[in-house]
Design a protein around this ligand. Structure first.
Ligand SMILES: [Zn+2]
Length: 265
C-alpha cells in the first residue's frame, strides 16, 4: 500500500507534497500535507514492500485528475450516468495504467459503501485503477477502523471528496431493523453492525414512514455523512472548501446514484 505524501530525499524519488503543490494543491491543503507527512511516512514504511520509494502517481490522462470537491463530484456522476445508460468507458484499466501507478497513487475520491455485491463503487461510477479509495462495511456502518480508513485520503493526500453510498433493499439495514424492532440481537459480531445502525433505526421509527427499512437506509447514509463531515479531523477541511462529504443512495433497479445531501455547490 502506498500513498501520496512527502518522502525522504532521493534523486529518483519525487517529494510528493511538492509535486502535488505544483500541480493542483491549494495552499491550505499543503499545510495539512506537511502536518500529516510524518504519520503517512510511518504508514508507508510499514505498508510498502519497496520501502519508501513512492512517487505521486503520474496520470495516464495528463492533468485530468480532479483536484476540487466539485470536479471530483462531477467526475463520479458522469461515470454513474455512463453506468446507467450503458455507455461505459472502463477508464484506466489496462497494464499501462497499472505500471504508471506502481509507485504512487492520487485517488480523487473516497467512497464508503455497503458490502453488498451489487454495489461495487468502481463499477457504478465507471472508474479505473487508482481513482478511488474504497471502504465497505455492512450498511456503511462506522467504527474507528472504518472512520480512520475514510479519513486517510483527505487527511494525508488531499482527497477532495468523500461519498457515503447506501442502497436500495439493503440486507444489512433490514437485518438491523428487525433485530432492533424485535429486540433480538444478531449473532456474534453482526450485532456490532446493529449497534452502529441504531441512530438510523430510531430516526425511522420517529418518522413513522410506510417503508421504515427504506427510511432507515436513507437515514443511515445521511447520518454517516453528517458524522464524517462534522468530525474533529475532517470538519476543518470541509470548512475550508477542500473537502466535500456527500451522502448518496444507489438504486438496484436503475443503477442510478441519487444524491441525498452534501453535493458541492
Ligand atoms: Zn447493503
Amino acid at each position: 500500500m502506498t500513498f501520496v505524501t512527502s518522502l525522504p530525499a532521493s534523486p529518483h524519488v519525487i517529494d510528493a507534497s511538492q509535486h502535488w503543490a505544483a500541480h493542483r494543491e491549494p495552499p491550505a491543503r499543503r499545510t495539512l500535507l506537511t502536518a500529516a507527512a510524518s504519520l503517512a511516512a510511518a504508514w508507508l514504511a510499514g505498508c510498502s514492500s519497496a520501502g519508501l520509494r513512492t512517487e505521486a502517481a503520474p496520470a495516464s490522462r495528463p492533468g485530468s485528475t480532479p483536484g476540487t470537491p466539485k470536479a471530483a463530484y462531477q467526475r463520479l456522476m458522469e461515470g454513474n450516468r455512463r453506468w446507467v445508460t450503458n455507455e461505459l468507458q472502463h477508464p484506466d484499466r489496462d497494464p499501462t495504467r497499472r505500471e504508471l501507478l506502481a509507485t504512487g497513487q492520487q485517488p480523487y475520491a473516497a467512497v464508503l459503501s455497503c458490502i453488498d455485491s451489487r454495489v461495487p463503487p468502481e463499477l457504478v461510477f465507471d472508474t479505473g485503477l487508482g481513482d478511488l479509495f474504497v471502504m465497505r462495511s455492512g450498511g456503511t456502518a462506522l467504527g474507528p477502523v472504518v472512520t480512520g480508513s475514510v479519513e486517510y485520503g483527505p487527511m494525508t493526500s488531499g482527497t477532495p471528496l468523500i461519498v457515503v453510498l447506501g442502497h436500495q433493499r439493503c440486507g444489512a439495514v433490514a437485518a438491523a431493523y428487525k433485530a432492533l424492532r424485535d429486540d433480538e440481537p444478531l449473532p456474534g459480531n453482526l450485532q456490532a453492525i446493529t449497534h452502529a445502525l441504531r441512530p438510523a433505526y430510531e430516526q425511522a421509527v420517529r418518522e413513522r414512514s410506510a417503508d421504515p427499512i427504506e427510511t432507515m437506509a436513507r437515514a443511515q447514509v445521511k447520518l454517516t455523512a453528517n458524522a464524517l463531515r462534522g468530525n474533529r479531523d475532517l470538519a476543518p477541511l470541509v470548512a475550508k472548501g477542500d473537502l466535500a462529504v456527500v451522502s448518496a443512495y444507489y438504486s438496484l433497479d436503475t443503477g442510478q446514484v441519487e444524491i441525498l445531501n452534501g453535493a458541492p455547490a
